[in-house]
Design a protein around this ligand. Sequence first.
Ligand SMILES: Nc1nc2c(ncn2[C@@H]2O[C@H](COP(=O)(O)OP(=O)(O)OP(=O)(O)O)[C@@H](O)[C@H]2O)c(=O)[nH]1
Length: 385
Amino acid sequence: MSVSSALVKNKKKNITSSLEVMLIETLLDVSRGKRHSRYFNQTRSHFLFRRIRIIALLLALVQPAWVLVDYLLLPQDMLQSIAIARAGAALGCIALALWGFKRYNMKLAQLRLILLVVILSAFQTVSSSMLIGHGYESNVAGYHFFPFMIMTMMAVFPLSILEAVGYTAFILVIEYATQLVRGTAGSVEGINSLWLLGVLGLIAGWAAVNQLNMLLGLYRQATRDPLTGLANRRQAMEQLSGDMKLMREKSKPLSVLLFDLDKFKSFNDTYGHAAGDIVLQRFAKVMRKFARKRLDLVCRYGGEEFLMVLPGLDAEQAGEVAEKIRLACYDEQVKTPTGERIGFTTSIGVAELKAEDTIDSLLQHSDDALYEAKGTGRDKVKIAD
Ligand SMILES: Nc1nc2c(ncn2[C@@H]2O[C@H](COP(=O)(O)OP(=O)(O)OP(=O)(O)O)[C@@H](O)[C@H]2O)c(=O)[nH]1
């Protein structure tokens, strides 16, 4: 094989393997919420909260109109009891829409979704048993369509695969229970309904998982630095503000580390901008290694400056983390595009949140400490007074 065809083959292999990695990563990202950062969870919970609220309000609003439709289609002796059931469902939806407590909490967002499905399923079960109790088929006036509507609703929410499967299974169980009451379980009609609901669950679930994937993609684009993959400055400021509030509420400390790579200008001048970029990426990797998963925030603050937020750590503990990162840089050597192997160092300023601090003053203190580290020879950790 010629050298050029070997190179092409190797390139194709690399592209295929990076596509495979991307695909696996995407699949893992959407399979369950455990992999998501708590900041993304906050965004998704608020998203879920708003959609649940809107759907609950819409459903509450259509109930009076639906009573009119019932009037045209249902037998007279059923109208009052079904209208009462509708009023119950509408009240449940209104209560859910008005419940604005902790909108950024993922567990509560999931509970809200469960409650919405439970309210609608309860109405479906109650109305079906009323109709059957009065000797009517539940498919009169389209009541048979109700579980299909609840299943389709899933497509509106950004859900993980696990959540979508749970949602589908729940609706199928309710449908099966209703069929047991109706006496159609196991019949051709009953199996057909379950099958159609299952297929619809697959399509709506696919749409829900796609929504999650899109939301994740947009979230990452808006909040990450493209070169290093770390949080960008805007995102960091938002998260720092949230963390400061949370730590103050819990009476726990919070510290920040501000990093600046040493002599980076001359590094760029000597080895080129591309080599500088490789160093920035490698340094981001070192920072990530020392960050506590799903707890610490690691951000590219701008240029060759980086920021790390350590909730729950005081200045002394944060200083130890900073020292570990400083030392870890000694073990790192990057290969420049021209083949040279070179190392890098960083200076670090540490500041702990004080009672009177704002974001700006906290960052100013870490910047002062960093300035001192630079002024006293670089490759140092300094803790703000
Ligand atoms: N390669 C690369 N360089 C960058 C990037 N962003 C900022 N820089 C460079 O980082 C350098 C920062 O240099 P200075 O602020 O003068 O500081 P320094 O040379 O690191 O010196 P000290 O901070 O005093 O140790 C500049 O030359 C910028 O061009 C980037 O994304 N990639």
